[in-house]
Ligand binder design. Structure first.
Ligand code: TYD
Ligand code: MG
Length: 454
């Protein structure tokens, strides 16, 4: 008889303890420990006696029959996955409830099915009728998707093992799946991990691509999909502000592609619409001519994206002034503020500073420094920046403006969208190419920029 091993497992990160405690030492979350039975179905005594079977070892140069990539039929989704779904790979799509994961994947499976591939959509959350209603609303009811409302991993694997190998299987969501090889309740970390393992094994064996949907919850009610992140080939995160229509699909981990690509969608009454030119979208609601806004010519992955940075600098009533930033790195904001104070004589210690990246985009590039500085100074002196100008360049601690990559791509995008001038690092002028179509204002030092604005 195998002894029952009860333990307390953190529902956020999967760390196990033999006593209950309020805080998980591994991930630092509170109240995430739940009691679980972690006994496997195979007793240890049997497992250790089993002799391993032999298998054939193969060479690296073996033949793969089909194209390893399969386009989803949605260009923005393909961009993020690195060119389509890889056969036998497992992808996790995470995101807040209601953000549009089911909508996105209903559209993707329908596209695949219409292209003649066997595509299966398994919902553990909604009844078949509900999924049908959504498909109807999306105008996809005629797509030959194979649909089921199921939660048992064993049943799913047996069903899908029959007939042609499915090219794409969507499991919505992994938290609702359960396998009878472990005793824990559905939704616990142990169940989520075991179910994901079984599905990953199925994908590797058959060559089907599987997409797992994972809810991200902060309160620990449902197992965080974080334990699954290490097991899958790629992790995509679907993000967006509740109040806004934009949705950004970001690659967090990708064994088969780059991780800095984003896909941009707009949620409409008829489902998700792909946004092929994000700059137009992010600049669509510009507040022309008001102080404190600067347009940053950025690069997201392989494509240029223009986005508006909005700053508000106001006298503070607090002992320690507030610094709040949405969509950018707070420590970079602190650095830009420190350089403005130390080298340019811009006194901000008596002011609250707010910085916002419009449209819910999150910028990671240091190239946004110059645009942020321009927006901050513009707000402080209450002087609007030219409405047809874009800014990019990295600021060093000495106040010098350093060059950034892909100057021509940034200028080309700005030109395409009707901008007439660009403020850029002095040393980048050479990269700009002869005819950028814009008037170039190259600055070598932040002091020069501040003098121009103020
Ligand atoms: P859903 O895909 O169910 O989200 P998730 O699976 O991530 O929980 O989408 C939820 C929201 O999207 C819901 O509030 C309604 C909205 N929606 C639209 O605005 N247009 C549509 O065409 C559809 C299908 C949904
Ligand atoms: Mg859903």
């Amino acid at each position: 008889m195998a002894k029952n091993t009860l333990s307390f497992v953190c529902q956020n990160c999967g760390a196990a303890y033999n006593r209950w405690q309020g805080k998980c030492d591994a991930c630092g979350e509170w109240n995430t420990l739940a009691e679980e039975d972690t006994t496997g179905s195979v007793p240890v005594s049997i497992r250790s006696k089993r002799k391993g079977r032999t298998f054939a070892l193969e060479s690296l140069s073996g033949k793969t029959q089909d194209a390893p990539r399969l386009s989803s039929g949605m260009a923005e989704l393909d961009r993020v996955t690195g060119g389509g779904f890889v056969r036998g790979s497992v992808l996790l799509v995470g995101g807040d409830p209601g953000i549009g994961k089911s909508t996105l994947l209903t559209q993707a499976t329908s596209m695949m099915a219409r292209a003649g591939h066997r595509a299966v959509y398994i919902s553990g959350e909604e009844a078949v009728a509900q999924v049908r209603l959504r498909a109807e609303r999306l105008g996809l009811a005629d797509a030959p998707v194979q649909l089921a409302s199921e939660t048992s991993v064993e049943d799913i694997v047996s069903t899908l093992s029959e007939g042609a190998v499915p090219r794409l299987i969507v499991i919505d969501s992994i938290q609702t799946m359960w396998t009878d090889t472990v005793e824990s309740a559905p939704g616990t970390v142990t169940q989520v991990r075991a179910s994901a393992q079984a599905l990953i094994r199925f994908a590797k064996k058959t060559g089907a691509a599987i997409i797992l949907v994972g809810h991200v919850t902060k309160d620990g009610q449902i197992a965080g999909p974080r334990v699954v992140e290490h097991m899958v080939d790629a992790v995509l995160s679907f993000e967006g502000e509740g109040s806004q229509q934009f949705r950004i699909l970001r690659s967090v981990k990708n064994r088969f592609g780059a991780t800095d690509e984003i896909g941009v969608f707009e949620m409409t009454g008829l489902g998700l619409r792909e946004v092929t030119n994000p700059s137009e979208l992010f600049l669509s609601e510009r507040d022309l001519g008001s102080p404190g806004t600067a347009v940053f010519a950025g690069i997201e992955g392989t494509r240029p994206v223009l986005v508006e940075l909005q700053a508000l600098v106001a006298p503070t009533s607090l002992g320690t002034p507030r610094r709040a930033v949405v969509g950018w790195d707070p420590s970079r904001l602190s650095m830009v503020l420190a350089v403005l104070e130390a080298h340019c004589g811009v006194k901000l210690s008596g002011h609250d500073v707010y910085l916002n990246v419009a449209g819910g985009l999150r910028i990671q590039e240091p190239a946004a420094d110059l645009a942020a500085a321009a927006a901050l100074v513009s707000s402080l002196v209450n002087a609007p920046l030219p409405t047809d100008a874009v800014y990019f360049g990295e600021i060093s601690l000495s106040g010098a403006i350093r060059p950034v990559a892909q100057t021509p791509a940034r200028l080309k995008e700005a030109n395409k969208l009707g901008f007439g001038r660009a403020t850029l690092p002095e040393s980048a002028r050479g990269d700009a190419g002869g005819d950028a179509g814009l008037s170039l204002n190259s600055v070598g030092n932040l002091t020069t920029l501040v003098a121009e604005i103020a």
